[in-house]
Ligand binder design. Structure first.
Ligand code: 5GP
Ligand code: MN
Length: 339
């Protein structure tokens, strides 16, 4: 474990200190789990803690302890702005560039608060005084666990906090199957279960509470999937009309991209999702092995992430974006070169 010296940061966190904890925009299980978990621990030390999410979380995580107390910057902007203004310490969790918080990033970048980053993505930006970043980590939730232990605050991990942290472990490791799942990850999971995380129930809450719209959109995306065998690639896409037809709800399309990878011989899967009201195509990439979707997303689609899971966006039309992706793909020696 490579946790940077915490002394300076912990010196700031005296009882009564005003702390803000922030996940990335469109927060997932790891982002929300790490924020709610860390917030719970810090509150027990006497800090005054608010979790401010740039926008709302997905419905399938609405059972998480603390979910209903989240402040949403894009909906309660004035209240959030004054909290950020008076914050003394700001934790940014599960992202490493303030642009990942959307318009909230402008205000965060002006803040005079002590900034702390805990994150496992590649290429961190340089905005935080305290940086605990490690791309080998399974999840930010695992990092928060190690951070809390190192700070001698492990005794504060109660059932609710354990439930939050366990959620991020499950979602970011694909239920303990992705490559960054280590023996230590399993030890952390075991410790969280010992602290009361209802592990079987958490899996059910995450995966077995789907809305019909989610399965309908999964079916449609799989039906339309295009496989380019010569480049070991699966391409999925959903238009705004597809989403509207099936009464799309936030969170419905999460995870669909993984199905492309489940095909024999496929090492790159990508999904393009049209969000007309935002004027954007949101893109999710997944790969297996050495092919870096972080590099691909960073270079061509204004995004980034991890080697095997990354996201990006495009302001061109859905058709043009897919066309551009295909031409990039066809010139990618690593995927299409040897068959
Ligand atoms: P997803 O495809 O599930 O949205 O994201 C996959 C991974 O890439 C996650 O770790 C997520 O935080 C990261 N990611 C998604 N979109 C972006 C983006 O636009 N920029 C960067 N730097 N990372 C992203
Ligand atoms: Mn994460």
């Amino acid at each position: 474990m490579n946790i940077p010296h915490q002394k300076d940061l912990l010196n700031q966190l005296t009882p009564g200190t005003k702390v803000i904890v922030v996940p990335h925009r469109n927060p997932d299980g790891d982002a929300l789990g790490s924020c709610l978990g860390l917030a719970g621990v810090l509150r027990k030390t006497g800090c005054i803690v608010d979790v401010i999410s740039p926008n709302a979380g997905p419905y399938f995580l609405n059972w998480m302890p603390g979910f209903n107390d989240l402040l949403i910057y894009e909906e309660q902007t004035q209240a959030c702005m004054s909290l950020i203004e008076s914050a003394q310490v700001i934790f940014t969790l599960d992202f490493n560039d303030l642009s990942r918080t959307g318009i909230m990033g402008d205000q965060l970048s002006k803040s005079k608060a002590y900034m702390a980053m805990i994150d496992h993505h590649e290429s961190p930006a340089d905005y935080a005084q305290y940086m605990y970043t490690d791309t080998a980590m399974s999840s930010t939730c695992e990092m928060v666990f190690h951070f809390v232990q190192q700070a001698q605050l492990g005794q504060h991990i109660d059932r609710d906090i354990a439930q939050c942290l366990y959620t991020g472990l499950v979602t970011d490791t694909g239920s303990f199957k992705f490559s960054h799942t280590t023996p230590t990850t399993h030890r952390v999971a075991a410790s969280l279960i010992e602290s009361g995380a209802p592990n079987q129930q958490i899996h059910e809450l995450i995966f077995d509470q789907n809305k019909p719209s989610k399965l309908a959109l999964l079916g449609l995306a799989l039906h339309k999937m295009e496989v380019i065998r010569s480049c070991k690639t699966a391409i999925l896409h959903l238009s705004q009309d597809d989403l509207d037809l099936h009464d799309h709800q936030k969170g419905d399309t999460e995870g669909i991209v993984n199905y492309g990878l489940s095909l024999e011989g496929i090492v790159l899967s990508v999904i393009f999702i049209e969000h007309k009201h935002e004027g954007l195509i949101k893109i999710s990439f997944r790969s297996q092995g050495s092919f870096s979707v972080n590099d691909l997303a960073r270079k061509h689609f204004e995004g980034g992430g991890h080697r095997n899971a990354a996201g990006g966006k495009s302001t061109e039309s859905l058709e043009k974006t897919i066309e551009r992706f295909k031409s990039i793909l066809l010139s990618t020696e690593e995927l299409c070169g040897t068959n």
